[in-house]
Design a protein around this ligand. Structure first.
Ligand SMILES: [Zn+2]
Length: 317
């Protein structure tokens, strides 16, 4: 659980913001005591309109946060954010964002929030925030070491050790999607590299590989449905996506020996065969004694990154 300041009055509230490429969700996360389960309330969602540029997105986030703070029954402890893009651990700036959010890279998110609201602000990457929420209050409750994998449009990840997010030197720890994968050899990655896990295991990778094989543009869900009927090449592509992710989880497990691995994202719904291949890929790379590692679905849904962002803010005070 979060570490509250010694003089904290309860109920305590935090403004929490989850910034994605298509929508921005803001909420108040309320704590009735230092031990109480966080309650997410007053949720509001606005369109990101990422193509309007980074400054526009920054302004939307600041306005949403200030409105939530103004409406809260007591002055919030601060503003916690989980956002798409890589976040500089020291400054809370957006260090890098991909083409889905043009101009988001370089935006001074934490300092802008502090200047606009007068409140402390703390920023994590969205998968890191998700991981903190799930590790403390969701599927990883009670676990010491967790690996979070978010397999959606891309493949993100995060590591929790001793209940705390591992951020690394720059804040970029857990970028699982850009690990080399033998299944992905020769396949280009959205980052400009080649042979990375994301190229085969992400929804975008599955769709691109299917298009390359068939010249048909289908969604990941449609390709999964074809795979479930046994149709090729959908079945092969879905199986390879699962196997590659399982191998990657095994690699991380060899390093971290976690209590649990938590999965989220649209690709997790790719079907029973995807899941079986994930386990097969995992088992192929791990000693028998560790093959009972729980690899489970996330539990909190959209509340996870909000709770994680709030907890990170509280820990930063
Ligand atoms: Zn890459």
């Amino acid at each position: 659980m979060a570490t509250f300041p010694a003089n904290c009055e309860f109920p305590a509230r935090v403004v929490a913001i989850d910034v994605g490429g298509t929508k921005i969700t803001g909420s108040i996360v309320r704590y009735d005591s230092a031990e109480a389960e966080p309650v997410v309330e007053d949720s509001r969602t606005v369109a990101t309109e990422a193509m309007k540029g980074g400054a526009s997105v920054l302004d939307k986030i600041c306005s949403l946060a200030c409105n939530l703070a103004a409406c809260a029954p007591s002055s919030p402890l601060g503003i916690g954010v989980g956002t798409a893009g890589r976040v500089d651990a020291k400054s809370g700036d957006i260090a890098y964002a991909n083409d889905l959010m043009p101009g988001w890279g370089g935006q001074p998110l934490a300092s802008a929030l502090h200047e606009r609201s007068g409140l402390p602000a703390a920023v994590l990457n969205d998968v890191q925030a998700y991981a903190v929420g799930e590790a403390r209050w969701g599927a990883g409750r009670g676990a010491d070491t967790c690996i979070m994998i978010a397999a959606g449009t891309g493949v993100g990840g995060a590591v929790i050790a001793h209940g705390r997010i591992v951020r690394g030197k720059h804040g970029f720890a857990g970028e699982v999607g850009h690990m080399a994968s033998s299944v992905a050899t020769g396949i280009p990655c959205a980052c400009g590299g080649s042979g990375h896990l994301e190229g085969v295991a992400a929804g975008s990778g599955i769709e691109a590989r299917f298009f390359e094989a068939t010249e048909e543009h289908l969604s990941g869900a449609e390709i999964s449905a074809l795979a479930a009927k046994g149709e090729q090449p959908a079945r092969r592509i879905i199986k390879e996506a699962g196997f590659a992710l399982g191998q990657a989880i095994a690699g991380l497990t060899n390093i971290l020996d976690p209590d649990i691995v938590i999965l989220s994202g649209s690709v997790v719904k790719a079907g029973a065969e995807w899941r079986a291949e994930l386990q097969r890929g995992f088992d192929s790379q791990i000693p028998a004694i560790q093959r009972d590692l729980p690899i489970v679905d996330a539990e909190l849904g959209g509340a996870a990154p909000l709770i994680g962002a709030a907890e990170n803010l509280i820990d930063s005070l």
